[in-house]
Design a protein around this ligand. Structure first.
Ligand SMILES: [Zn+2]
Ligand SMILES: [Zn+2]
Length: 342
């Protein structure tokens, strides 16, 4: 009889159920990982609502995770052994196309994301190509290991923003990506960061992480931001939401000659005031996932114990996955990230 395992299966909008499914087979170049912690990503919230074209039911989502090696394929050799603690780069790229060769694996034409294009980590076990698996050093917790992937997204955002020491940065949205971006900016020693959100508790986290904060409903928001920046706006604005309103705010709050980084994937299309943008010579940069180098930078920070969000990470059994998704969509409170435990 085929061995089975527990999985949280996305079966349609707002339908996430625990099912018993076969344990995945592994290819010769793959590793089977027993999942320890698997984070909930904002893109999966969109997926759960049926708004994400890449996530089609039935699907086992989950791509931010850590675990223990349970089995290794015949070609994997000595690089991994059963019982080893690992985390995974869930972006599987071809290694051969122009994007891959030039170090932009996130743009690989043939990329496949675990938990979207193939079964992910909201399950007891997940099969992964060995080249995407990274051993965790003994002192690194599996909880921190599971945060490598979202931190890698932030590394890419900050790489594109590339703030000079005296430049001011505004982040709109203190969900996981906004918070991780703030952490990355702080790790790079950046002082001048302003955070905007509609949730007081998340603004409190941002303040504790060293950002100035302004509530998104504050009267004369632009005036308040200008007061903070002491100029005609902020040199760098980052949209970590992806809604029409926040995308427009990023343009509105950006100084002449400044740059806007878009990363939130919420609205599929947004009308932008291009003429204003031309007259202010605003540059737009878009940040998607992370390159291999970005991922390795995140893993290095995690290994050095520099991830400062641990206190706001909450754990829950996989069985409560559905209610965790609902909580994050409703009122996340002071939770920066949920880690599900299969
Ligand atoms: Zn993610
Ligand atoms: Zn490629």
């Amino acid at each position: 009889m085929m061995p089975t395992m527990k999985a949280l299966v996305y079966e349609g909008p707002r339908e996430l159920h625990i099912r018993s499914v076969p344990v995945p087979d592994i290819g010769d170049d793959e590793v089977l990982i027993e999942v320890t912690f698997s984070g909930i990503c904002g893109s999966e919230l969109g997926g759960y609502l049926g708004h994400n074209s890449l996530r089609k039911p039935p699907l086992i989502m989950g791509h931010e995770f850590s675990g223990i090696v349970a089995r290794v394929g015949s070609n994997v050799g000595e690089s991994f052994c059963v019982g080893q603690r690992v985390t995974v780069n869930p972006l599987i790229s071809c290694n051969e196309c122009e994007s891959c060769i030039t170090g932009k694996q996130q743009l690989c034409e043939y990329r496949v994301l675990l938990g979207a294009g193939r079964p992910g980590s909201y399950a007891s076990f997940v099969a992964v190509p060995a080249k995407n698996v990274f051993a965790l050093q003994d002192h690194v917790t599996l909880e921190d290991g599971a945060l490598t992937e979202p931190l890698a997204c932030a590394v890419r955002i900050v790489e594109l923003a590339n703030p000079a020491p005296d430049e001011r940065v505004l982040i709109i949205g203190m969900g996981p990506i906004g918070l991780f971006t703030l952490v990355a900016l702080k790790l790079l020693g950046h002082r001048n960061v302003l955070a905007i959100d509609l949730n007081e508790e998340r603004l409190a986290i941002a303040a504790e992480l060293g950002a100035e904060t302004i509530h998104g409903t504050t009267e004369d928001l632009l005036g308040q931001i200008r007061k903070w920046s002491g100029s005609d706006g902020v040199q760098i604005t980052i949209d970590a939401v992806g809604a029409d309103v926040t995308r427009l705010q990023c343009i509105q709050f950006c100084s002449a000659g400044g740059r806007v980084i878009y990363t939130g994937l919420h609205s599929a299309a947004t009308g932008l005031p291009i003429n204003d943008m031309i007259r202010k010579e605003i540059s737009i940069k878009c940040s998607f996932a992370y390159s291999h180098a970005n991922y390795m930078q995140a893993l290095q920070w995690i290994t050095e114990g520099r991830m400062t969000l641990g206190k706001w990470v909450k754990k829950a059994p996989l069985e409560e996955g559905s209610s965790c998704f609902e909580k994050l969509l409703g009122n996340p409170g002071s939770i920066a990230k949920y880690l599900l435990i299969p």
